[in-house]
Design a protein around this ligand. Structure first.
Ligand code: HEC
Length: 137
């Protein structure tokens, strides 16, 4: 082996080592915690009646006071839940029927089958207005 091939071998070993270090396999729960930590809610539509519904129904216990997510539920102020990807009808269905664990690792969300139409309407308006306030359209 000459000096040249030795150099190539050494540098590819170094590249491999750096590569492994840069892309460690992250634990999904750790990844989820980090995603939530990076959520930056600039404000929510807490002047709307739907905010009271949100608290009365206990949504804040899982999704946080500012829709920022927490230890039991994901952030709602999140690109995934933009009004353009989650229609009012979809929100109504998810909230009424509950949601099976899908995008996150918190387990299932319980359903609210008995919520009045008026409460649901206000809740959805509160969620969508808050999303728009954070530039998620
Ligand atoms: C016990 C915790 C818990 C409570 C209480 C709760 N949620 Fe959730 N919610 C979740 C979890 C967990 C998910 C995500 C499921 C997944 O995708 O893995 C979720 C998902 C959602 C979504 C996304 C729906 C979709 O179609 O993907 C919305 C919107 C939402 N919740 C709103 C609410 C509202 C409004 C309330 C109160 C009426 C509420 N949640 C109460 C845990 C909760």
């Amino acid at each position: 082996m000459n000096i040249f091939s030795n150099l190539i071998l050494t540098s590819s070993v170094i590249t491999l080592l750096i590569g492994c270090k840069a892309t460690p396999k992250m634990d999904p729960l750790e990844h989820q915690a980090m995603t939530i930590k990076n959520v930056n809610v600039t404000g929510i539509a807490d002047h709307l009646p739907g905010f009271d519904v949100y608290k009365q129904q206990g949504c804040n216990a899982c999704h946080g006071e500012k829709l920022e997510g927490g230890l039991k539920g994901p952030p709602i102020i999140f690109a995934l839940y933009s009004p353009s990807s989650h229609s009012d009808a979809r929100l109504d269905k998810s909230i009424r029927q509950g949601v099976k664990q899908d995008h996150w690792y918190f387990g299932d969300m319980p359903g609210y089958p008995d919520m009045s139409k008026q409460d649901m309407k206000q809740l959805i308006n509160f969620i969508n207005t808050s999303l728009k306030m954070n530039d998620f359209f």
